[in-house]
Write a protein of this length. Structure first.
Length: 132
């Protein structure tokens, strides 16, 4: 059915968004902004791109989903959480603690912001119109 295909497409886009946004961000950081590899400033900028990737993936997933948009946001949160926990365990000894903690800690905000901009604010406006 078209509903299932839209959910599958949203999932694929959410997963593809991670490397695409991260690679684009890394390229922009180096080529456009001239940031050198390594150091706390570059890690902070990289963490920003990780945030943007998760936000973009969530926005895509929720926006493309035909129904149950909030459930799709919860699903992408679960998928991203598993991936982020794996990443955090892998990089725990290789990166500063603030980066690894930020990597995990920013996940709920990424997903909430993606959900809210794709659906939550529209839903809230529709609910307000219904009350008047």
């Amino acid at each position: 059915s078209i509903i299932a295909l839209r959910s599958l497409l949203g999932l694929v886009l959410a997963i593809v968004a991670i490397p695409v946004v991260n690679l684009a961000g890394g390229w922009l950081s180096t080529q456009v902004f001239g940031l050198p590899q390594g150091g706390d400033l570059r890690l902070a900028v990289d963490l920003f791109w990780v945030f943007m990737a998760g936000f973009a993936g969530t926005w895509l997933m929720v926006r493309v989903a035909a129904v149950a948009k909030t459930a799709h946001a919860w699903a992408v949160l679960a998928i991203y959480l598993v991936a982020d926990l794996h990443g955090a365990i892998t990089m725990w000894h290789e990166f500063p603690r603030w980066f690894v903690i930020g990597f995990i800690g920013l996940l709920p905000l990424q997903v909430w912001l993606g959900w809210w901009l794709a659906w939550g604010r529209l839903r809230d406006r529709a609910a307000q119109r219904g009350k008047t």
